[in-house]
Design a binder for this molecule. Structure first.
Ligand SMILES: NC(=O)c1ccc[n+]([C@@H]2O[C@H](COP(=O)([O-])OP(=O)(O)OC[C@H]3O[C@@H](n4cnc5c(N)ncnc54)[C@H](O)[C@@H]3O)[C@@H](O)[C@H]2O)c1
Length: 671
């Protein structure tokens, strides 16, 4: 199989031989709870068969029914492509333009087994972040992209390729929506049914928009969070000898190990899944592994004493670590942890996102399938123990924050004591979300996870972009009159980009992430485009960002948890952002329900844009990035964030045609 063949369309004549999923080579998604009646199951199979000619239905119908009954979803394993799934250099894709070839590259990167969490279930990260709902959709999309002209737009409805529609050269080449449902039906139960029926899908953030770049993306964000947590909670820039305890070595959480080392602390990360722990260890992201609690405690003491910089993976349940740390503290007064958080997938707690204490990984998997109600009860009991131990250690001096994974929300729903208060602005908890205390101000200054992919696949091109980015930032620091808070951010990010190459962060495509504000993002895009035009970079560069950004996401328990004017439950910002990017030059845009905090809890969107060295690309990039950042900064300013107000006023001085409604200060005691 080669790329030309892969792009010829869904193979149905003849059908490929029946194929089972590969149980040994790849990890697999937990069995989904489809919640369908017998009639519903038949509807799901009929829905799936719509992709295939009628003469194949007798063969495929029983096969799809069996997949649904066995795995809770119809993935169409028979159609797993027989090709090494990875980002191939852009010129190898059979396509009529660079934009569609770039999208193919990004899609295949999201499904690369080295990148994706459950590659055969088309899941990139987060336990349920689908690129597509089934393999038929993959084949059809690759075929559409290979024939798409620059006067057509691909329309994606939650994994389903609706088709190619006439548009114009300046239109996006693809418009993607994932999980859009009528708001009153945006419950987990409805989701389970609709996903099983194949009519909706959870695109997470960058899975369903094809922009995931491996755990590097989150390494940078986590490094920044840890550095700024040190500043905020421990009053230091130096994390030497400080211990950070957390959980999760999965898709994004796997970044915590590497980030802890870059930030210079001792990180201790619990992970119940042996495969996940080994993957990070083999990759070199995890420095060491401890299998039992006594060894772990000994290592923490040693590392603390010698101020070692290390990341220790613990193969087991995180609740056991927290309870052990409580035991040590209560027996000896020794507090072995300074900073704490959690990155289990609590956005999806009862379907394999959170594993309850006292049950092995395998036992839990079995319970999810055979006894979902009991499993839910166990998860909730475990969350209560989890929160209880954290409460004791926090009272002793540890600083804990919610890492945007809905941990506090689910612990509260489980009945744990997390200091819940219901206010007119929603819930507040005893602990802040990392957005409230750490990242919110960074977003308000316009800084967020800008990223790029070198489509040549050549490491030399990535090195060139790293060098260009370094000079762009140095130049901004030299020439601009930046407030101290902004220049601190530039300096942190300059340090990151200078070390990025030697930190060997690439997994999958030749990609880089760099937190940057509006000025920086625009300058980076222009500099890359110029370097492509001059031949210094050998092929187009795709720029994009995480949806978890200044303007990309409305989520009251995460990205907008530091918005206090009552608008935290509105989603105008994310929707406006996607619409605004689409007509200002994005190559593709995506708008999602779900992602991060969970289905119905968040709206988020993003874009991909191909820089090809043309004047047109330069103009598009400047216009779109100006909006892509200013939108969120304006909203955050209007909602009362001081950093955002200063930032948008400064931005208006740089852009004469930007005129934003700026709030007047209101004395809190006036009424
Ligand atoms: N705020 C952010 O920037 C940010 C960044 C990354 C992730 N997140 C959130 O963090 C969560 C994790 O993301 P992910 O992509 O790594 O998901 P993931 O499902 O790939 O990884 C979570 C890992 O936690 C492990 N786990 C579950 N319960 C456990 C327990 N009780 N003890 C020990 N290990 C346990 C799982 O085995 C899994 O490997 C998600 O909810 C995500 O949205 C937030």
């Amino acid at each position: 199989m080669n790329l030309a063949k892969l792009c010829c369309g869904l193979p149905v004549n003849p059908l490929p031989p029946a194929k089972a999923r590969d149980e040994h080579r790849y990890p697999h998604a937990p069995v989904r709870n489809h919640r369908l009646s017998e009639e519903g199951c038949k509807l799901a199979v009929r829905n799936a068969l719509r992709y295939f000619p009628e003469n194949t239905h007798k063969i495929l119908a029983p096969e799809f029914m069996s997949e649904l009954k066995t795995y809770g979803h119809i993935y169409m394993y028979r159609f797993l492509p027989d090709i090494e799934m990875k980002a191939y250099p852009i010129d190898e894709y059979p396509a009529k333009n660079r934009q569609s070839a770039a999208m193919m590259l990004m899609i295949m990167n999201n499904l690369d087994p080295n990148v994706a969490q459950f590659p055969q279930e088309l899941i990139t990260y987060g336990g349920n972040g689908q690129v597509f709902s089934n393999w038929a959709q993959f084949w059809i999309v690759m075929n559409y992209l290979s024939q798409m002209t620059d006067k057509q737009t691909l329309v994606m409805y939650s994994g389903h390729p609706m088709g190619l529609y006439p548009s114009s050269v300046s239109s996006p080449r693809a418009v993607i929506t994932n999980g859009m449902v009528i708001p009153n039906y945006s419950s987990r139960e409805e989701y389970d049914k609709m996903f099983a029926l194949g009519v909706t899908m959870y695109g997470q953030m960058t899975a369903g928009s094809y922009c995931y770049i491996g755990p590097q993306g989150i390494v940078h964000g986590t490094t920044i969070t840890l550095i700024n947590a040190g500043r905020k909670y421990l009053n230091t820039d130096n994390l030497g000898g400080k211990v950070f305890v957390t959980s999760g070595l999965g898709g994004m959480s796997g970044a915590q190990a590497k980030a802890g080392v870059i930030a210079g602390c001792i990180s201790v990360i619990a992970e119940v899944n042996g495969d996940a722990i080994q993957k990070r260890f083999r990759q070199g992201w995890l420095s060491e592994v401890a299998d039992d609690l006594e060894t772990l405690i000994k290592r923490i003491r040693e590392a603390k004493q010698k101020k070692e910089i290390t990341s220790i993976g613990f193969h087991g349940n995180v609740v056991t670590i927290w309870e052990k740390l409580v035991e040590v503290y209560q027996n000896s007064g020794e507090l072995l942890v300074d900073l704490g958080s959690d990155q289990t997938s609590c956005h999806n707690p009862f379907n394999g996102g959170y594993y309850p204490v006292d049950y092995t990984y395998e036992q839990s998997q079995q319970l999810i399938k055979d006894a979902p109600a009991k499993f839910k009860e166990l998860v909730q009991q475990s969350l209560k123990r989890h929160a209880n131990a954290i409460n004791i250690l926090s009272s002793a001096g540890m600083s804990f924050w919610d890492y945007g994974n809905a941990f506090l929300l689910e612990a509260h729903r489980a009945g744990a004591d997390v200091g819940t208060k219901q206010t007119d602005n929603g819930y507040t908890f005893r602990y802040p979300s990392y957005i409230q205390h750490i990242m919110g101000d960074i977003f308000s200054m316009g800084f967020g996870p800008f990223r790029w992919v070198c489509t040549s696949g050549r490491p030399e091109d990535l090195r060139t972009t790293d060098n260009i980015a370094t000079s762009v930032f140095e130049q901004i620091l030299r020439s601009s009159d930046l407030p101290q808070s902004v220049s601190d951010q530039y300096n942190d990010n300059l340090k990151w980009i200078r070390q990025a190459g030697q930190n060997k962060l690439v997994v999958g495509s030749q990609a880089r992430i760099l937190y940057s504000d509006q000025q920086g993002r625009m300058a980076l895009a222009v500099a890359f485009n110029d370097a492509i035009a001059s031949g210094q970079i050998s092929a187009p560069v795709v720029i994009s960002r995480d949806h978890h950004d200044v303007s990309g996401t409305d989520s009251p328990f995460r990205e907008t948890s530091n918005v206090y004017d009552g608008s935290a439950f509105t989603a105008d910002m994310a929707v406006q952002n996607c619409i605004g990017d689409s007509f200002r030059g994005a190559t593709w845009v995506a708008l999602h329900n779900g992602g991060g905090v969970g289905w119905g809890e968040v709206m988020n969107g993003g874009f991909g844009m191909v820089l090809d060295g043309s004047e047109e690309a330069k103009n598009r990039a400047q216009l779109m990035l100006c909006w892509d950042v200013s939108n969120g900064v304006s909203r955050r300013a209007w909602s009362g964030n001081t950093f955002a107000k200063q930032t948008i006023i400064k931005t208006m001085q740089r852009h004469q045609d930007l005129l934003v409604t700026v709030p007047n200060d209101v004395d809190p005691n006036i009424v």
